[in-house]
Ligand binder design. Structure first.
Ligand code: HEC
Length: 157
C-alpha cells in the first residue's frame, strides 16, 4: 500500500504527460470520430434546409444562401474530419469504412466533388434565379451519395 502511495504522484505525472501529448497531437481517435459524426449531422441539417426550400417550388434564396454557405465550408473542412485512427476500431458507432484510409485518393476525389458542387450552389444562392437552386442542389445530393455509397457503412440498426 505504501508502495502505491509513493507511486501515486509518479503515475499522475505520467498521466498528465500522456494527456498533454494527446492534446498536442489533436483529438483521440474516438473523439475525432464523434466530432466528425456531429459535423456530418450538421451538414445533413443544412442540406435538409435547402431541400425543404427546393420542395416548395419557390426557394427562398436567403435561406438557401445561409445553408449553402454552411455546406460549402463543411465540404472544404471534410477531409480534416477523418484523421488516421478515427475509424470503427476507435469508435464502434462510426460508419466510416476502412477504405477511407486505404483509398485516401479515392476519398479525396469524392470530397472534392462535393466542394465543387457546393461552390456552384453558393454561386446560385448569391444570384437571383431561384429556379436554378433545384438543379444545383441535386448535384450536391449526388456528391453526398457518391461518397456514402463507397465510404460509409449502411445503417446497422
Ligand atoms: C467524401 C465523403 C463524404 C461526403 C462527400 C459526404 N459524406 Fe456524409 N458521411 C461520410 C462518412 C464516411 C460518414 C460516416 C461517418 C462516421 O460514422 O464516422 C458520413 C456520415 C454522414 C451522416 C450520418 C451522421 C451521423 O453519425 O448520424 C450524415 C447525416 C451525412 N453523412 C450527411 C452528408 C451530406 C448531407 C452530405 C452532402 C452534403 C455528405 N454527408 C457528404 C462521408 C461523406
Amino acid at each position: 500500500m505504501t508502495r502505491h502511495k509513493a507511486l501515486g504522484p509518479l503515475l499522475l505525472a505520467g498521466a498528465v504527460l500522456i494527456a498533454g501529448a494527446g492534446v498536442a497531437a489533436g483529438l483521440s481517435g474516438a473523439e475525432a470520430a464523434k466530432a466528425r459524426m456531429e459535423h456530418m449531422k450538421a451538414l445533413g441539417a443544412a442540406s435538409k434546409a435547402v431541400y425543404e426550400q427546393v420542395k416548395t417550388g419557390a426557394p427562398d434564396l436567403a435561406v438557401v444562401r445561409l445553408n449553402a454557405a454552411k455546406i460549402d465550408s463543411a465540404a472544404k473542412a471534410l477531409p480534416t474530419w477523418f484523421p488516421a485512427g478515427s475509424g470503427q476500431s476507435a469508435e464502434p458507432k462510426s460508419h466510416a469504412l476502412p477504405v477511407i484510409w486505404t483509398d485516401a485518393a479515392g476519398f479525396d476525389t469524392k470530397a472534392k466533388a462535393l466542394a465543387a458542387a457546393s461552390a456552384k450552389l453558393v454561386v446560385v444562392a448569391n444570384g437571383s434565379d431561384a429556379a436554378a437552386v433545384g438543379p444545383a442542389f441535386k448535384d450536391v445530393g449526388a456528391a453526398c451519395k457518391g461518397c456514402h455509397e463507397t465510404f460509409k457503412a449502411k445503417d446497422k440498426d
